[in-house]
Every structure is written in structure tokens, then in C-alpha cells.
Design a binder for this molecule. Structure first.
Ligand SMILES: Cc1cc2nc3c(=O)[nH]c(=O)nc-3n(C[C@H](O)[C@H](O)[C@H](O)COP(=O)(O)OP(=O)(O)OC[C@H]3O[C@@H](n4cnc5c(N)ncnc54)[C@H](O)[C@@H]3O)c2cc1C
Length: 499
């Protein structure tokens, strides 16, 4: 168990020690050092669930080469790249805040949580090559992507990523590349931010503590908390609660009883990776390589072959293979999580989702039960000489995607992130997980704008936020801000030792 002080009746209680709560805790304490904050986490450590290095792909999602953000041609007959630009803009804010945290001494040892790794898009077959060429044309026209390169030349591609080319037939292939990509260990980063927060006056944390219930009385939220080591339960209360509990957010949000939570359901999607730690193979690959969606795959299950750097050691990761599950959490989840989340206000939405997403459910069941030979088939499309003996299957994290009542008959599973906030702005929760950790700073800035607007309204508060996230009230995607974006980006990457 990890703990620092214990703050009774604080201003803010944070639930969960993943990247979202840790970012909010650190930013709030920096914005207003007088705020009293207490964090509870039910696992033994920090960032052990979805934010853990092995439970996600560690992509610093900036919409560089992930083809899932640019799936379609636009009305002009060229690939539409607006979503990628939006994600890039949001990731810039993460880079800025992490660089601020390093430069002010909040956190240190950047290589433990962020490393430069080029990002590549890789396609095969003439149709995909035509698609990538159009995408490149559209992307390179924007200042965010001016350094992107494109090639169909096999010798060049072999130079960039030998594993993609060795043993491949002569089907046309193409690659786009951005050198300024990152591999991020969000679990380690969460821990660093929480440890900093816990070392400040008036802030504390306790792991191995599960929040069981949330109720409101007299303008304060009272939380029932269980110390999992001793079995003791106790209460603590706060003016503001942030439910950053990942897959555990929906059940807690439902317990809060706020009207904004009514009708929401959760659709869990499990994941698995193939990993390779054999040095002679790992050393041949230094890139995160994204391919195109295979058929019914949901956007976040589009395969990629990734260099990962975890605890200073390089490994290769391939996947994710999606899987059907009824658990909401990887470490402390239970198979009853999905059925236990069914309420009268969301059962209709859940049934509609079941009926409208039969191909998705079929895909998840089929993916989760496929043989190693079938899994290798997907990997061979990227790495034709891959040997099953070099790869091991491990479980990834679970994403609980949001289902909304107001979708009516549509039965949509939302592959994005939803911030649910009560009308009186005393409680906020995060549902969903894509693009997730990469845009955590942008999401948390949104929570602060909604729930701590008074702090931002003062000159001091505004200046403090501007120091943490210089572009927080600017749109760096506008052409007139191109030079400012280049300056901010380079400055952040320099501090993060990524260039
Ligand atoms: C397979 C996969 C691949 C992904 N790849 C990427 C990627 O490449 N890049 C990217 O940016 N994002 C990626 N994501 C998304 C990213 O991992 C998540 O968006 C992010 O980690 C969510 O952080 P969080 O803090 O909300 O949740 P978590 O990290 O899950 O933290 C929530 C914490 O709350 C705790 N908790 C839950 N209930 C309670 C309770 N009742 N009491 C106390 N504590 C509680 C949990 O134990 C957990 O530690 C991926 C996700 C998955 C599953």
C-alpha cells in the first residue's frame, strides 16, 4: 500500500490513480495550492489499470499515422483529416503540461515515461496505397504534419522498418512517417504526478482503498471508503468529487444518483497483445506502425506493430486483439460488472446496442477465441517472417465504452470519451477511453473549466494555467498560429528529451 497523510474533509476527492485523476490532482494543486485534496485507489499502486504500460499501447496519440482517425474520403474525393488535426492539437497540450511538470521539478527522469519513437502508417495492396497517398497529400498541407514523409520504395521502407519488408511478396506497399512520434508509459507518469501531489501541503493519497458509495447531503459529497488491507470502512467528505475510476467510473456515477448519469450504460471491450522480447528481433524495429482496419474491427482495435519502452527495456507489441468480456476492470474487475450496471434507465439502450451491434459482438467473441495460428496471420501481414515461437500472448486493459440513452434507436457504442458533470458542478466523471491517456490534459482542462471556473477567472489563475498549458485558450491548428505551434512543440520536446 502507498499512502501520504490523510486529508479529512478536503475540498476535492479524486477516485482512481490512473492518468486522469493524477493529472487533475497535479493541475489543481498547481492552479490553487490552498486546495485540500485526497485521492483513493483500490489497487496496491499507481496506474495499474488501463494506464499501466502493458495494458495500453503507449501511443502518444497525435493523429500522426493512426489510420483509424482518417478512415474515409471526404466530399472532395481526398481523405478527410480533420479528426487527426483535432487529436494533434489536444496532444500538444499534454506535451506542454508534461514539459512544464519537468521544468518546474514536479517530475523527473523523462525517459521513464516518454521516449521518441517514429510513427509510421503502413499499407499494402493498390487500393490501400492510393488511400495513403491521398491521406499524405491532405496531411502534409497542414503545418502540424509538414515533416511527414511518404514512400512506396521498398528499399527505403526496408531502411526504415526492415521487419515490414523481409520475406514480403511483391504486392505494392507504402509508408508515411513522422519522426516526432512518442511512446509513453502513462502508468509511470500517473505515479510521478501523484507522488508530487502527495508531497504538497494539504494533499494526500491512499492506495488499497476502495470507494464503495457516494451520497450527497448539505452541499458535500460523502464517500464510503474501505481499507482493503484491514477491512475497516470509514467516510470522508468533499465539496467536489472526480470519478476518474476508468472502468469503475460507471458504477460509481450510478451510485451518485445525479440526473446527468441517467440512461448511460457501459460496453466493455477487452484486449490482448502479442509481445516479443527477443533482443535480435526487437533491435531490428524502432517504430510504431499502424495499419488499416480489418473489417468489423472497432476503431481502437486496428492492429499496430509497436516498439515499447517499459522500465528502460525495449520490446515489440502487436495487437490489440479485441475480446468480449463482462468485466469493467482488468485487475480488480468481476464478471458480474456488466450485469450489475444494468438499471431501468439504461436497459433499453443496452438491449438496442446488443441488437444493433451484432457484427461487433460476433467480432469480439471470434477475436477472443481465435487460435494462435489465426492471430499470427494478422501479424504476418506486418511482419512476414514472424515466428510464433518468439511471441507471447498477454492481456491488455479493458475499455468500457459509453452508451447513451439519447441515441434513441441508434444503439451506438461511443468510441470516444464522455465527461459527465452534475448541474451544480460538484461532481464530474469520465466515461470511455479513446483516444484516452494521450489527451488527458485536454480532458482535465475541460473539467477544470467546467468545475473550477472561478479559479481560472482571476488573473493569477489564468496565468498559472497559461504557464502549465500555454495553448490552453488558443487554437494551434489555425494557419496564423503555425509559428507559435512550432515553437511550443519544439520547446516541449526538448525538455522531454524527445528530440
Ligand atoms: C488495449 C488498450 C490500448 C490503449 N492504447 C492507448 C494508447 O496507445 N494511447 C492512449 O493514449 N490511450 C490508450 N488507451 C486508453 C488509455 O489506457 C486510457 O484512456 C487511460 O489509461 C484511462 O485512464 P484513467 O485514469 O481514466 O483510468 P485507469 O488508468 O483505469 O485508472 C482508474 C483507476 O481507478 C481505480 N478504481 C476503479 N474503481 C475504484 C473504486 N471504486 N475505488 C478506488 N479506486 C477505483 C482503478 O483501480 C484504476 O487504477 C488504451 C486502452 C486500452 C484498453
Amino acid at each position: 500500500m502507498k499512502s501520504a497523510h490523510h486529508i479529512e474533509d478536503p475540498d476535492v476527492i479524486l477516485i482512481g490513480a490512473g492518468i486522469m485523476s493524477s493529472t487533475l490532482g497535479a493541475m489543481l494543486k498547481e492552479l490553487d495550492p490552498s486546495l485540500k485534496i485526497q485521492l483513493y485507489e483500490m489497487t496496491e499502486g499507481f496506474g495499474e489499470e488501463a494506464s499501466n504500460g502493458w495494458h495500453n499501447a503507449g501511443t502518444g496519440h497525435a493523429g500522426l499515422c493512426e489510420l483509424s482517425y482518417t478512415p474515409d474520403y471526404g466530399p472532395d474525393g481526398e481523405v478527410a483529416v480533420g479528426k487527426a488535426i483535432e487529436i494533434f492539437n489536444q496532444f500538444e497540450q499534454s506535451k506542454q503540461f508534461w514539459a512544464y511538470a519537468v521544468s518546474t521539478g514536479m517530475i523527473s527522469n523523462t525517459h521513464e515515461f516518454v521516449n521518441p519513437v517514429p510513427h509510421l502508417s503502413f499499407v499494402y495492396g493498390q487500393e490501400q496505397v492510393d488511400f495513403l497517398r491521398s491521406r499524405f497529400k491532405q496531411m502534409q498541407a497542414h503545418h502540424f504534419y509538414e515533416e511527414m514523409t511518404y514512400t512506396e520504395d521498398r528499399a527505403e521502407i526496408k531502411e526504415l522498418a526492415p521487419l515490414l519488408v523481409k520475406g514480403r511478396d511483391d504486392t505494392p506497399i507504402a509508408v508515411t512517417k513522422m519522426d516526432l512520434g512518442t511512446d509513453v508509459n502513462y502508468g509511470v507518469l500517473s505515479g510521478k504526478l501523484i507522488e508530487w501531489m502527495g508531497a504538497q501541503d494539504g494533499a494526500g493519497y491512499a492506495t488499497n482503498h476502495r470507494v464503495l458509495d457516494i451520497t450527497k447531503a448539505n452541499d458535500r459529497w460523502t464517500l464510503k471508503v474501505k481499507d482493503l488491507a484491514t477491512g475497516r470502512t470509514f467516510t470522508n467528505s468533499a465539496k467536489f468529487v472526480f470519478i476518474g475510476a476508468g472502468g469503475g467510473s460507471l458504477p460509481l456515477l450510478q451510485k451518485s444518483g445525479i440526473k446527468e448519469a441517467k440512461g448511460f450504460g457501459g460496453f466493455p471491450i477487452g484486449g490482448q497483445w502479442l509481445i516479443c522480447e527477443k533482443p535480435e528481433i526487437v533491435e531490428q524495429h524502432m517504430a510504431k506502425v499502424y495499419g488499416m482496419s480489418p473489417g468489423a474491427a472497432p476503431t481502437m482495435a486496428v492492429p499496430h506493430l509497436d516498439t515499447r519502452i517499459i522500465n528502460g527495456k525495449k520490446a515489440l507489441l502487436f495487437g490489440p486483439y479485441a475480446a468480449f468480456t463482462t468485466k469493467f476492470l482488468h485487475v480488480k474487475g468481476q464478471i458480474t460488472d456488466l450485469p450489475a450496471s444494468i438499471r431501468t434507465d439504461n436497459i433499453a439502450s443496452l438491449i438496442k446496442v446488443g441488437l444493433h451491434n451484432i457484427p461487433l459482438v460476433r467480432y469480439l467473441v471470434q477475436q477472443g477465441t481465435q487460435s494462435m495460428k489465426t492471430r499470427m496471420g494478422e501479424l504476418l501481414k506486418f511482419y512476414p517472417e514472424a515466428d510464433p515461437a518468439d511471441w507471447e500472448l498477454i492481456d491488455a486493459g479493458i475499455r468500457v465504452q459509453a452508451i447513451k440513452k439519447e441515441d434513441g434507436d441508434a444503439g451506438i457504442v461511443h468510441f470516444g470519451t464522455e465527461v459527465i458533470t452534475s448541474e451544480d458542478r460538484s461532481i464530474s466523471a469520465l466515461l470511455g477511453a479513446s483516444p484516452g491517456a494521450s489527451v488527458s490534459v485536454n480532458i482535465i482542462v475541460e473539467v477544470i473549466q467546467r468545475c473550477f471556473a472561478d479559479r481560472l477567472a482571476t488573473t493569477e489563475g489564468h496565468d498559472r494555467m497559461k504557464a502549465m498549458v500555454p495553448s490552453y485558450d488558443e487554437d494551434l491548428s489555425l494557419p496564423e498560429h503555425a509559428e507559435r505551434q512550432r515553437e511550443l512543440s519544439q520547446a516541449a520536446f526538448k525538455i522531454l528529451n524527445c528530440c
